[in-house]
Design a protein around this ligand. Structure first.
Ligand code: UTP
Length: 303
């Protein structure tokens, strides 16, 4: 059985990206020519997901508009015979009824946002995609949620995407504590524990959880306990750690590169990397980058 429903939480405040996110949703920030949320939606549908539950909040209406028709714009494009952009704007509107919206009235944390989707997910395994984690798998690999769903078909156990981070960075992530004998270079790593944002000196490993999950609906009753954790927020990682008494949880080493687009530097890296993937942009960007690099290496030698 593959997950048919995905939850995409978009109710966070995006404080790391102020002032850009004061009035505009963080998930609408654009990487090259698409908002972050569109990458997540495309990834979900590519994995065979049939319906997406958005957990939104105040000021996020623009997100729903992005996935709807725009009659005036489309009429203008048609009148000017601009068929490619017309096709693009119409093509990103999913079949009616496949996007469902609910609200998280207060941003109490990721765990609380997911809990808000409980009545819409039903009683089957479901996926979660955090849109500010952009995972680029390139043309040679399937998108990461598809990779996970393929694994889930045989595993049928909760899974989180993981990647190695530097030791001094463990306090920014949920960290997986691997079962003895699990780990190494295996694609699937069974966890014996999960810890949210541990200090580097006490982190059980460097395997960090990134924003892709497949979970069983049992998680909702644990999230419903509303226990707060790191940062005073209701943390998804803490509920998953409790869930391990019932189900084993596996870390999945995915093929691809994850960009933290909720962070200003990660966001710039994503823009640069994805723009350089496109031949036309690459040919114009590379001379510019070479000039910049030349200038900055002169600066750093001088300082
Ligand atoms: P982040 O952990 O990046 O939090 O959320 P944030 O509040 O958006 O950003 P910063 O840290 O203040 O800059 C990861 C995902 O979870 C959603 C966010 O919208 C984002 O897609 N989220 C987070 C919620 O939906 N509700 C919350 O209460 C927190």
């Amino acid at each position: 059985m593959r997950p048919r429903t995905a939850v995409i939480p978009v109710a966070g405040l995006g404080t790391r990206f102020l002032p850009a996110t004061k009035a505009m949703p963080k998930e609408m920030l654009t990487v090259v020519d698409k908002p972050l949320v569109q990458y997540a939606v495309e990834e979900a549908f590519a994995a065979g997901i049939e319906r997406i539950v958005f957990v939104t909040g105040r000021g996020k209406e623009m997100l729903a508009d992005h996935f709807d028709y725009t009659p005036e714009l489309e009429e203008t494009l048609r009148g000017r015979n601009r068929l490619d952009p017309l096709q693009q704007v119409r093509g990103l509107v999913p079949t009616a009824g496949c996007l469902i919206y609910t609200r998280q009235n207060e941003p109490l944390g990721l765990g609380h946002a997911i809990w808000c989707a409980r009545h819409l997910v039903g009683d089957a395994p479901f996926a979660i995609l955090l849109p500010d984690d952009l995972v680029w798998s390139g043309p040679e690999h399937a998108p990461v949620m598809q990779q996970m769903c393929d694994q889930f078909e045989s595993l049928q156990q909760p899974m989180v995407a993981i990647m190695e981070v530097e030791q001094q960075e463990t306090n920014k992530y949920g960290i997986l504590d691997p079962l003895e004998g699990s780990g190494g270079n295996a694609v699937l790593v069974q966890a014996k524990g999960l810890v949210e944002k541990p200090a580097p000196q006490v982190a059980p490993s460097r395997m960090a959880i990134i924003g892709r999950y497949i979970l069983h609906p049992d998680i909702f009753s644990l999230l419903g306990k509303r226990q707060t954790g790191a940062g005073g927020e209701i943390q998804l990682t803490d509920a998953m750690a409790m869930m391990m008494q019932k189900h084993p949880i596996y870390g999945f080493r995915f093929q691809g590169t994850r960009y933290d687009c909720g962070d200003k530097v990660g966001f710039q890296m994503a823009n640069l990397a994805l723009a350089l993937e496109q031949a036309e942009m690459r040919s114009r960007l590379l001379p510019f980058l070479n000039t910049q690099l030349g200038q900055w290496s002169v600066h750093s030698t001088a300082s």
